[in-house]
Design a protein. Sequence first.
Length: 69
Amino acid sequence: RVPTDPDKNKPMDYVCKDCGYVFSKGTKAWDKLDEDKYQCPPCGAAKFRFKKVEKGTVKGDIKVKKSWF
């Protein structure tokens, strides 16, 4: 049996862990973005640097960590 994602049917946002930018176009739009080519518009972070959060929960007070690699 394949485990199911409990957030699959919830509206989600994606927050850049480096700068706090919120991608708010939803999961379907997020899934269509190329993993290797998408970059955060403000800071250029890769797609894997984003965290999935419940839609509308980010209020501008997110703690971000700079990744230097």
